[in-house]
Design a protein around this ligand. Structure first.
Ligand code: HEC
Length: 217
């Protein structure tokens, strides 16, 4: 949240009434980086998306999806290869892939996983995101450059981004390489829109979370 963790510790320590809450959760009232991280992670694990149309279909309610949505699901698993990365009930393999969106040496350059690992093979890799609630998550990708789901599926259809080394870049060991799992898909326009229709079935209903009263002083 654009704030250094040490500042978060300082700020939360200043709010005296957090102390008993930390004591209740962790045994004593010490406010530390590790405890703040654990508390936030525990909260995040409680944010679960309720059953979607897709979940109802999979659990046996055959008419939960329209023909177009079923066809989209079929393509997602077959011709369009999406499931190779967007798999498991979470719709993510939790791995890092390069989709050719590094914008290497250009205005929007983002080296992705490399920034953390410093390994050349990680340049331009990003973690596969979940697709649950995806139609509510625009704009898309790590840089928010894609406004609509249809833009993304069309990009995948075209084989995603292309990074071609220019001049000296040929010998640049850091030059990013697109995953071999991403290639032209040859989907028709109708198939693209069926996949988009399927992606929308991963939504559940909107609900408002009521925040508890938090200590202010
Ligand atoms: C090689 C693995 C891989 C394959 C195959 C793949 N994806 Fe992805 N997908 C990713 C990764 C990694 C990202 C995140 C990229 C980024 O942030 O720049 C992503 C992002 C997305 C997003 C954006 C989600 C968001 O919240 O920003 C959508 C939608 C999506 N993929 C749908 C699909 C569909 C539909 C297919 C099949 C046509 C597909 N993906 C195939 C790995 C893959």
């Amino acid at each position: 949240m654009n704030l250094h963790m040490s500042m978060a510790v300082k700020n939360i320590r200043k709010i005296k009434n957090y102390k008993p809450l930390f004591a209740k959760a962790f045994g004593n009232g010490d406010v530390t980086e590790d405890r703040i991280a654990k508390a936030i992670a525990t909260f995040e694990r409680s944010v679960i998306s309720p059953p979607s149309k897709f979940d109802k279909f999979v659990s046996g309610k055959k008419d939960a999806l329209t023909d177009a949505e079923v066809n989209g699901l079929h393509l997602f698993r077959t011709k369009a290869n999406c499931i190779n990365c967007h798999n498991t009930p979470y719709f993510s393999d939790q791995k890092f892939h390069n989709l050719g969106l590094t914008y290497y040496g250009r205005k929007y350059e983002d080296l992705g996983r490399y920034v953390v690992t410093k390994k050349n093979e990680d340049v331009g890799k990003f973690k596969t995101p979940t697709l649950r609630e995806v139609s509510e998550n625009k704009p898309y990708m790590h840089n928010g450059l894609f406004p609509e789901l249809a833009n993304i599926v069309m990009m995948y259809n075209a084989g995603m981004g292309r990074e071609t080394p220019k001049g000296d870049q040929i010998n640049d060991p850091k030059f990013p390489h697109k995953s071999e799992m991403v290639e032209k898909l040859h989907l028709t326009d109708e198939e693209v829109f069926d996949i988009v229709a399927f992606l929308k079935t991963l939504n559940s209903y909107k609900y408002k979370m009521r925040p508890p009263e938090l200590p202010k002083s």
